[in-house]
Design a protein around this ligand. Structure first.
Ligand code: MTE
Length: 319
């Protein structure tokens, strides 16, 4: 994963407090569809996104944090999506023409309901929920993101996996025509991720389809991506086209690329350093490079909900 020292980050990449829009301001801005130019987290000139459709019937969730959410601009201009390039502003710049519709998702493996589903049909049976989650990237930065999504546990229940299913594996679209980053072998494409079934059926993971009450922008993984808030952000695979219920542990992109640096579990753990940097603290995007880094919490602060999943497991060996 590309890491840059704070000294390498240009001042223009840092969002000033004045560019911060809170949720209400954003919704108001969306409603009046203002076209004024504002600078995003990655320094790119950003026009408030008027292409995203408002999602209706979104329920609140008890799992949401009341921490202040990052601005829409932070969330949609400072991204990791290597299919569109490895720079933080590349996904925003290069994903604008990406076509997230029509879209289909292939479900295969050990489940009663398998086949190819149209995206809209796939999500229709489930409640849309707002889940405001912390996201901690393995690169030691973090954000608070107001996702809209469907519960992965509900989706799995609906698909009826059999007793042979021990893991769930996901794959991203692999279309070099639309995704210029695929022409470089920065990773072994397609991007792949997976969870144990116990993890996947915990109430926290969602398949996100929106941000700030609107459909998810391309650079954040349109039309549907995984969010697992107690794990490093790279588990949150974007633009999912395949879901497979497997009996053995699936191969996952960052683990394949550097197995000594990125484990399968990838639980946020301030006590286990990355071989090249500490994971004890994190920089909240938008707080400015001179702001004190804050402490990283075990399981990204979601231990109450998930610590039981790892009872008896050595989290140093199974990182
Ligand atoms: N999914 C795909 N397909 N390709 C990627 O490069 N990057 C991951 C994850 N999902 C990535 C991906 C990483 S490293 C992070 S930190 C998060 O997406 C970033 O999500 P965001 O850009 O919405 O903040």
């Amino acid at each position: 994963m590309l890491i840059r020292k704070p000294a390498d980050i240009r001042p223009s990449e840092i969002t000033s407090e004045t560019n911060y829009l809170n949720r209400r301001d954003f919704l108001r801005a969306g409603a009046i569809a203002g076209g004024s130019m504002i600078a995003g987290a990655a320094g790119a000139a950003v026009i408030p996104d008027t292409r995203q459709a408002l999602l209706s019937g979104v329920k609140k969730s008890v799992f949401s944090t009341d921490e202040e959410a990052n601005s829409y601009e932070d969330i949609t201009t400072y991204n990791n999506f290597y299919e569109f390039g490895t720079g933080k502003s590349d996904p925003y710049r290069n994903a604008q023409d990406f076509k997230p519709r029509p879209w289909s998702i292939e479900v295969s493996g050990h489940a009663e309901k398998t086949g190819i589903f149209d995206f809209e049909d796939f999500i229709k049976p489930f409640d849309l929920e707002e889940r405001i989650y912390r996201m901690r990237c393995v690169e030691a930065w973090s954000m608070v993101i107001p996702w809209v999504g469907i519960s992965l546990a509900d989706v799995i229940k609906h698909l009826q996996p059999t007793s042979k299913a021990k893991f769930i594996a996901f794959e991203t679209l692999n279309d070099a025509e639309q995704m210029p980053g695929l022409r470089r072998r920065s990773l072994d494409w397609p991007y792949r991720e997976g969870l144990t079934m116990a993890e996947a059926t915990n109430p926290l993971p969602i398949l996100a389809v929106g941000i700030y009450g609107k459909t998810i922008p391309n650079q954040n993984g349109a039309p549907i991506r995984l969010v697992v808030p107690w794990k490093y952000g790279f588990k949150g695979i974007k633009s999912i086209v395949k879901i497979n219920f497997t009996s053995s542990r699936p191969r996952t992109s960052w683990n394949m690329a550097a197995p000594n640096e990125y484990g399968f579990y990838a639980n946020v753990n301030p006590n286990v350093s990355h071989p090249r940097w500490s994971q004890a603290r994190e920089r909240r995007i938008g707080s400015g490079i001179f702001a004190d880094k804050q402490e990283t919490l075990m399981f990204n602060g979601y231990g109450e909900q998930v610590a039981d999943l790892y009872k008896g497991l050595d989290l140093r060996r199974n990182y």
